[in-house]
Write a protein that binds this ligand. Sequence first.
Ligand code: URA
Length: 433
Amino acid sequence: MIITDIIQKKKEKIELSQDEISFFVNGYVKGDIPDYQISALLMAICLNGMNEEETFNLTMAMRNSGDVLNFNDCNRKFVDKHSTGGVGDKTSLVLIPLVASCGVGIAKMSGRGLGHTGGTIDKLECFKGFNSELSSKEFMRLVRNEGVAITGQSDNLAPADKLLYALRDVTATVDSIPLIASSIMSKKLASGADGIVLDVTYGSGAFMKDAKSAMQLASLMVKIGKKAQKNVSAVISNMNQPLGYCIGNSLEVVEAINALSGNGPDDLMKLVYTLGSHMLIMGEVVDNTDDAYKLMQNAISDGSALEALKNIISAEGGDISYISDTDKFDKAKNSYECICHKSGYICHLDALKCGHVAMRLGAGRIKKGDKIDLSAGIILNYKVGDYVKPGDKLSTLYSNYDITDDIISDFKNAYIISDNNQVNEKLIYDVVN
Ligand code: URA
């Protein structure tokens, strides 16, 4: 086979065979095919798409490029969760301990934040000592003994995706539904869960800007999962405004601890319970949504969900004294209070703008490997639909850098305040399964 023939075919919108897809994936991982040829192919895929069969074959070729874990010898079902990303999205920090405390096994590989989106691994590193780079052996040992573990992406898991994703990032080829679906599903299928619950976000702070494209991405991922004989559901959720009230790593960790202690914001808890009920049903702990909600609400009120967070953190070397004393998290040196100057309803609070501002405050990284400031970020006091008046403190920005007028003015642009409360957006748009 010749790589230029494969590029030519995709350029002419001709379907690629399973062998051709395996050839370019394996050739790239082995270093036989150079970046410039794979870049050309990725751009052709981005422009001309892939059908379901090609996307499935690409997913399986990437999955098979490394280890494929399984927990079949454990006496419980394993369910994984993945979000396509957002701003203020601390769902996993609440959901994973909650669902684990209800008896579902979880072997979770999580990522770091990139650009305006946050990542669970950065948040977990707010706990001093937390080891986010477990070896595969240590990860498997913890999963088997504790029933739950969270770690960073192992090098041996879907290495083809790691290489392709890095190339997509610098060749403007991230925003392709077949490439996103195969990237996410290859990692999920390699990490050995029996079931997968996807949170597919749409809106200004998400990859998918509208609900229609989120639905397309979700149905494609569900189809790929089913074809690979996994149970998969996708919840389509709105990311036009940040989730919860906190954006930035340690600020979000505190919000997640409060949520596990029974004081979570409504939007975050709604998403957590929706995703959690799918996970409990897939994990065969309950067989209906009502029982799932009751079990999760009990786990929060009797303290077992918070206890599960402590167990996860301490099993991976983290200092759990931060959970009972959240004042111990490092504080940023500088802060700025954003005061409201007009009365009306907040009808827009742009997630992307908030994410970009949080990044400039130090909470996010522009490129992989950048160092981030775990204490930087934003605390919002009001969300879309709330009535505000002059003098109200809308939010506070935190940073160890100077909080410049330019940052403040960009942040103020995230808000639209109007006389009418005209917004009627649902947090959960739909469920695909
Ligand atoms: N997340 C991934 O893991 N891959 C993508 O392509 C996009 C988001």
